[in-house]
Design a protein around this ligand. Sequence first.
Ligand code: FES
Ligand code: FES
Length: 158
Amino acid sequence: MKRAVRVTVNGVPHARDADVRSTLADLLREDLDLTGTHVGCEHGICGACTILFNGEAARSCIMLAVQADGAELATVEGLMRDGKLHPLQEAFREHHGLQCGFCTPGMLMTALDFLRTNPSPSDREIREGISAVLCRCTGYQGIVNAVRAAAPVLASER
Ligand code: FES
Ligand code: FES
């Protein structure tokens, strides 16, 4: 069975007929070709599929596409500005916050939401803030360094 779903993703409105059993991650990746949102565990543990749902970090693998009807979504594809990396992406590049990159989209969207709620975090708070996303490569220190470096840049833009 299919239902009409309307979502705005990175500022662009979309309308699709989604299978009622489809997850939001499926809608993004398969129907909208936004494959930057990664899918790892598909049961809410790894955080790779994290996006912003009405401005807050959410796991798109444990939400049905039909539940997103009317929502404003942001994915990693929407971070670049005028052809340049978002300051958080730039910080990840500069501070070696990624290796294979599988966790990176979810990590970026999680960190973005975290820095919105805590613009000047301690390292301990950063570690807690990103703890919902699992990284098998970096040992996390580069990610912590990147989030710390990006914090004042993002805060100055508010
Ligand atoms: S794929 Fe969604 S939490 Fe792992
Ligand atoms: S960079 Fe490989 S899982 Fe995080």
